[in-house]
Ligand binder design. Structure first.
Ligand code: FES
Length: 654
C-alpha cells in the first residue's frame, strides 16, 4: 500500500508520508513554510492549517477531515485556553491518516494601499530571517558541569535542527537570569541568512515569547514611509510616514550633496536628521500598533543611493559626479544598534543592494516587488522623482538606468506648481471649442464647474497645481490645439479666448483667474511657456532614458508599464502617453503600483529568500549610464515633441 499523498496549497508542493506523520513535519520536509514558535508543543498556535474537503481531480486525491487525526488532549487544551477558528487545526498535533489537501493560511498580502487591481491577490510567502524558537532546557546538574548557555545551545540545536549556533555576546551575562526566570524554558530569537549554515541567537526571553516584529522602511528624499510588521503572521500592525527633515539642507538630491561638499559637518547633520526622523517614526508605529521597541527584532531599509549613504553615515560626495562611485553596492547586514537605532538590543538591519550610483536600493526593492525577472513579458518600471529610475526587462535580461527628469513632475519649478496636497489641482479638462477649463483639486470630489465646488474646497482653497495636474493640463492644452507639437503656445488664440494671454514675448494659458471676470477666487494659476518647456524637458529625459534601455534590450515595444511611487499613483496613463512620457503600450497594461519600494522592503523583511533573490538579480542587472550614451541626446531631442517626433503611438489613436 502506498503512503497517503499530501498536497499543500497555495504552494502546490506535495509528497507521500507514512500514516501518523504530523502535518507540520510533512510541511517541513517539503519546504512549505508553516510558522512554529513552541516547536510542536501545541502551545503557540502559530502552526494553524485547514483541511480542504472534496475531490481534487487534477491531483486524483480525495481530501477529508476524516483523513486527519481528531484533536488530541493538547490541541483541545489549546482550543479551550486560546481558541481556534472553525476548521483550523494545529499542524504540529494533527497527524496524517489519508490523502489530504492542506491549506496554509496566508494572512500576508502585499501593500493594501497599492491601487493595482491584482495587488490583493499577491501573497508574500513567509520565511523570515528571524525565527522565534521555544525550548525546554535541562536543569543544572553538579555531576555534569556543562554551562547554562551550553545546555541551552544543545537544546536549541537539537529541537530546531540547527547545525551550528552562536550567541550575541550581550546575552551572556543575562542567560542565567532568563533561564531561571522561565523555569528552564526560554524562547530564542534566532537569526539565519538564506544561504548561511550559521544561526545566531540575537535575543532571549524566559518562557514562551509568541510575538516578534520587524520594520520595513523606505527612505525617500521627500517622504519616509514605515511599516511595522509581525514577523510571525506577516500582519502589518501599523504604518506611518513623515517628511524627510533633510529637506532643510536642500530640496533635491544634488543640493544635499552640494551641502555636504560645502559644509564640514554637513554629512553628520543630515545623517543625524534622517536617523532622528526614523526614530520618531518608530515611536509612532509602536504607539499605533501597541508594540514595544524591545519586540522589534529585524528591519529592512531601502532608499536611493544618496539617502542610503547618508542613513548609513557615509559621505555621498562621490555620488555627485562621474563615475558615481558607491561606497558599498552590495546588501548591508548590520545590527540596528550599529547606527544607533534603538530596537531590541540584538535587532538586525538589512539594506537591499544598490543597482548603480544613480539607481538605488529603492529601485532594487521596486524590482523585487514587481518582478520583471520572474516573467516573460517585457516590463517597464518607472519610478518618477527628481531622478527617474527606470528598469526594463524580463526573465532573460534586466537593464536599468536613471534619467535626470528634474523636479517639474513634482510641481517644483512650475509657476503655479506645488507638491500634491489638499488644495492642489490634480485633474484638468479643456473644452476644445471654447478653450474653457474645468479642474478638480485634491480633497474634493467635484469638478470646478459643478454646483457646490467652491464650498467643497473652502477649507484649503485652490492653492496651486501638482505633478499629475501639470501633466494633464499640458496634455489637454495639446489636445485642444492650444500648444503645437513643438510645445509652443499659439498666441493667435488670444483673439478667441481671454484664457490665452501675452506674457512678454510668449503666451500663457490662464487655468484659474483670481479676477471677477473669470469668476474664481484665490491665486491666479497660469501655465506659461516656460512651464510647458519644463514639462517637455522632464518628459524627454524620461523617454530618452527608456528608449536607450529599449535599444539595449533590442525591443521596439514594451508589454507592460508599472508606475511606482506617489507620482505614479495619481497620474492618468492616458495623459502620460498623450505627452509621450512613456512608450506606446496597451493602456490597460499601464498601471500604478503605489509604494512598490515599501512593498519590496516588506518582502525582504518577511522572507529571507527574497533577499537572496534580489541580491542575485541586482548582480545581473545591466546598468546604463545615460550621461555617457551618445544616443541619449538624439532620443532626447526627438522626445521634446508631443508625443514624439519619430516614434509612433498606435495604441493611443486606437
Ligand atoms: Fe506551536 Fe503547533 S507549533 S502550536
Amino acid at each position: 500500500i502506498t503512503d497517503p499523498l499530501v498536497l499543500f496549497m497555495p504552494s502546490g508542493k506535495r509528497g507521500r508520508f507514512p500514516v501518523g506523520t504530523p502535518v507540520l513535519d510533512a510541511a517541513r520536509q517539503l519546504g512549505v513554510y508553516v510558522e512554529s514558535v513552541c516547536g510542536g508543543r501545541a502551545t503557540c498556535g502559530r502552526c494553524q492549517i485547514e483541511v480542504q474537503e472534496g475531490n481534487f481531480a487534477k491531483h486524483k486525491i480525495t481530501s477529508s477531515n476524516d483523513h486527519i487525526t481528531p484533536k488530541g488532549a493538547k490541541e483541545e487544551r489549546y482550543e479551550r485556553v486560546r481558541g481556534l477558528p472553525e476548521r483550523r487545526r494545529l499542524s504540529c498535533s494533527a497527524q496524517i491518516l489519508g490523502d489530504l489537501v492542506i491549506d496554509v493560511p496566508q494572512d500576508t498580502v502585499i501593500n493594501a494601499q497599492t491601487i493595482r487591481k491584482d495587488a490583493d491577490t499577491r501573497v508574500i510567502a513567509r520565511d523570515a530571517a528571524i525565527r522565534m524558537c521555544y525550548v525546554e532546557i535541562e536543569e543544572p546538574d553538579m555531576h555534569k558541569p556543562l554551562g547554562d548557555l551550553d545546555r541551552l545551545k544543545i537544546a536549541l540545536m537539537h529541537d530546531w535542527g540547527l547545525k551550528s549556533l552562536d550567541f550575541d555576546f550581550y546575552l551572556l551575562p543575562q542567560v542565567q537570569g532568563i533561564l531561571r526566570k522561565g523555569n528552564w524554558t526560554a524562547t530564542a530569537a534566532i537569526y539565519k541568512d538564506a544561504d548561511s549554515e550559521t544561526a545566531r541567537v540575537v535575543a532571549l526571553w524566559p518562557g514562551l515569547k509568541n510575538e516578534a516584529y520587524g520594520l520595513a522602511c523606505d527612505i525617500g528624499s521627500t517622504t519616509i514611509a514605515m511599516h511595522l510588521v509581525s514577523l510571525l503572521s506577516g500582519r502589518v500592525a501599523a504604518s506611518s510616514g513623515t517628511s524627510n527633515p533633510q529637506i532643510r539642507f536642500g530640496e533635491d538630491l544634488m543640493s544635499r550633496v552640494s551641502y555636504v561638499m560645502m559644509n564640514p559637518d554637513g554629512r553628520e547633520g543630515m545623517t543625524v536628521a534622517v536617523r532622528e526622523a526614523i526614530s520618531g517614526l518608530v515611536d509612532k508605529v509602536c504607539a499605533e500598533g501597541n508594540v514595544q521597541r524591545n519586540d522589534i527584532l529585524d528591519s529592512v531599509f531601502v532608499g536611493n543611493p544618496i539617502m542610503h549613504h547618508l542613513f548609513l553615515g557615509i559621505d555621498p560626495t562621490e555620488l555627485g559626479g562621474a563615475p558615481f562611485a558607491l561606497a558599498v553596492s552590495g546588501a548591508v547586514h548590520i545590527k540596528a544598534s550599529d547606527i544607533g537605532l534603538k530596537l531590541n538590543q540584538g535587532a538586525r538591519l538589512y539594506m537591499l543592494p544598490c543597482i548603480a550610483g544613480h539607481v538605488g536600493a529603492d529601485a532594487a526593492a521596486v524590482t523585487l516587488s514587481e518582478g520583471p525577472h520572474r516573467q516573460d513579458e517585457m516590463m517597464l518600471i518607472v519610478d518618477v522623482g527628481t531622478n527617474a529610475e527606470i528598469v526594463l526587462g524580463n526573465r532573460q535580461r534586466v537593464v536599468a538606468a536613471s534619467s535626470p527628469t528634474g523636479p517639474a513632475f513634482e510641481g517644483a519649478e512650475i509657476s503655479g506648481g506645488q507638491r500634491a496636497a489638499p488644495g492642489a489641482i490634480e485633474r484638468v479638462r479643456i473644452d476644445p471649442d471654447t478653450l474653457e477649463p474645468k479642474y478638480r483639486v485634491i480633497g474634493s470630489e467635484l469638478w470646478s464647474d459643478e454646483p457646490g465646488f467652491l464650498e467643497s474646497v473652502q477649507a484649503t482653497g485652490v492653492t496651486g497645481i501638482c505633478g499629475s495636474g501639470i501633466i494633464e493640463v499640458v496634455a489637454e492644452m495639446y489636445l485642444a490645439g492650444i500648444i503645437s507639437e513643438d510645445g509652443v503656445i499659439d498666441g493667435g488664440l488670444s483673439a478667441r479666448s481671454p484664457r490665452v494671454t501675452a506674457n512678454g514675448r510668449t503666451f500663457s494659458y490662464v487655468l484659474k483667474d483670481g479676477s471677477a471676470a473669470l469668476t474664481e477666487d484665490g491665486p491666479k494659476i497660469t501655465i506659461t511657456q516656460t512651464d510647458v518647456r519644463a514639462i517637455q524637458l522632464a518628459k524627454a529625459a524620461l523617454y530618452a532614458g527608456t528608449k536607450l534601455l529599449m535599444e539595449k534590450q533590442n525591443t521596439e515595444h514594451v508589454d507592460r508599464i508599472h508606475f511606482a511611487g506617489a507620482f505614479g499613483s495619481f497620474i492618468d496613463p492616458k495623459y502620460a502617453m498623450v505627452l509621450g512620457l512613456i512608450p506606446d503600450c496597451d493602456l490597460d497594461k499601464v498601471s500604478a503600483v503605489g509604494n512598490a519600494a515599501g512593498a519590496g522592503a516588506r518582502m525582504a523583511l518577511l522572507n529571507r529568500g527574497y533577499r537572496r533573490e534580489i541580491e542575485d538579480t541586482v548582480s545581473k542587472i545591466e546598468k546604463i549610464e545615460t550621461a555617457l550614451e551618445p544616443k541619449f541626446q538624439e532620443h532626447f531631442v526627438y522626445a521634446m515633441a508631443l508625443p514624439n517626433k519619430v516614434d509612433p503611438f498606435p495604441k493611443l489613436s486606437a
